[in-house]
Ligand binder design. Structure first.
Ligand SMILES: Cc1ncc(COP(=O)(O)O)c(C=O)c1O
Length: 375
């Protein structure tokens, strides 16, 4: 493979294109191969041109208003700025708020398979992981199992809407049942909604905080430009904390305790939320095409996949193939393609692997061809 775009990808220092030797095509970590919106590059270039590297808070101060406005225009979610807090990444927000609301050994629920840092966060914080596996037939929550898994020391539930790695968008009916249980069991809900701008099907994003006051008042909604605009390096996240006691606890901390994003990350993020809409629409079109391409290719093979309703991730089930034991390991060696191993997302997912399809057509075609040849 050659061409200008391929050389750019080969020269960047991000982990996607540096972790493996150059004969491996990377489709593991959730960075896109597309350049972010031009307005993002312009604002960073302007900072470099002016050597504007000092104490520069202007964009940090604009982060919350820019996110609140983005949520309103994108998803109709209206949240007061005074209930929003800035964090240095989505997982920073998730960890800080989970730790703040729990004691060691308290239970924290997650719905596996799920973005693996959720489980790591629970375990490293010395909290008890309460795993409620999703139903493999349609990635919905088994509500009875959810209710039964909660004891009096279970305090938090981690939600991911839309869901990584399955691409599932939880429906209103599911959120209704979920909300009833969260209320009955008095759980703090930490809802990671950083994929919400990347719904590719016909559904709209349903923010948990918009379901009704009962749920809003126990929910933290985490937002970020990192997935939507390919800006994971910005290290910037905003969370709406609907749960008043948690806001009060955060406000007891000294000013710098939770850290602060850099002025570069803030500037990039504000530019994306302010000017990025046309770029996002174009990017979603490309992702829809790629999603169909991947789906159609695997349809006639032994690899099974649901068409993801959101994200740019294909959650591939290799259980009907000969490489069912550790497909990602096998494909790295035999196909020279790097996927995320399914077992990272849940103990039951060893025969799965996650493929990131946010890449150029030529690269995607080569990745799929190599996988199909190897199985
Ligand atoms: C669901 C989910 N949450 C959080 C993250 C990480 O986001 P951040 O870099 O803002 O911590 C990812 C990255 O892929 C993700 O998929």
């Amino acid at each position: 493979m050659d061409g200008k775009e391929f050389s750019r990808l080969r020269s960047i220092k991000g982990m996607k294109w540096t972790k493996y030797p150059s004969d491996i095509l990377p489709a593991f970590v959730a960075d896109m191969d597309f350049e972010p919106p031009e307005e993002v590059s312009e604002v960073i270039e302007e900072m470099v041109r002016l050597r504007d590297f000092g104490y520069r808070f202007v964009d940090i101060d604009r982060l919350i208003p820019a996110w609140v406005n983005w949520q309103k225009t994108q998803h109709g979610l209206e949240v007061p700025e005074g209930y929003c807090k800035i964090f240095t990444s989505s997982i920073h927000a998730l960890e800080a708020l989970m730790v703040l609301h729990t004691q060691p050994d308290d239970g924290v629920v997650l719905f596996s398979p799920v973005y693996h840092p959720f489980a790591t966060a629970i375990e490293q914080a010395g909290r008890r992981l309460v795993d409620v596996p999703l139903r493999e037939s349609d990635w919905t929550i088994d509500m009875d199992r959810f209710r039964d898994s909660i004891d009096e020391k279970t305090r938090v539930v981690l939600f991911c809407q839309p869901h990584n790695p399955t691409g599932h968008v939880f429906s209103k009916a599911e959120i209704h049942d979920f909300a009833e249980i969260a209320d009955e069991k008095d759980l703090l809900v930490i809802s990671d909604e950083i994929w919400s701008d990347l719904i590719l099907g016909n559904k709209s994003h349903l923010p948990l905080a918009d379901y009704g006051t009962g749920l809003r008042e126990r929910t933290v909604t985490i937002g970020s430009a990192s997935k939507t605009f390919n800006l994971a390096g910005a290290r910037c996240s905003v969370a709406h904390v609907g749960h008043l006691p948690t806001i009060e606890k955060i406000d007891l901390f000294p000013e710098h305790f939770l850290g602060q994003p850099s002025s570069f990350g803030a500037a990039a993020t504000v530019a994306a939320w302010t000017y990025g809409k046309p770029w996002l629409e174009e990017t979603k079109e490309k992702l829809r095409l790629n999603r169909s391409y991947v789906y159609d290719k695997f349809k006639s093979s032994d690899v099974r996949m649901h068409k993801p309703e959101a994200t740019y991730l294909a959650w591939l089930d290799f259980s009907q193939t000969e490489i069912f034991e550790n497909p990602a390991k096998h494909l790295l060696k035999e196909a020279k393609v790097a996927l995320e191993p399914g077992s990272k997302f849940g103990a039951q997912s060893g025969s799965f692997a996650r493929l990131n399809f946010a890449t150029e057509t030529e690269i995607l075609e080569e990745i799929i061809e190599r996988i199909l040849k190897a199985i």
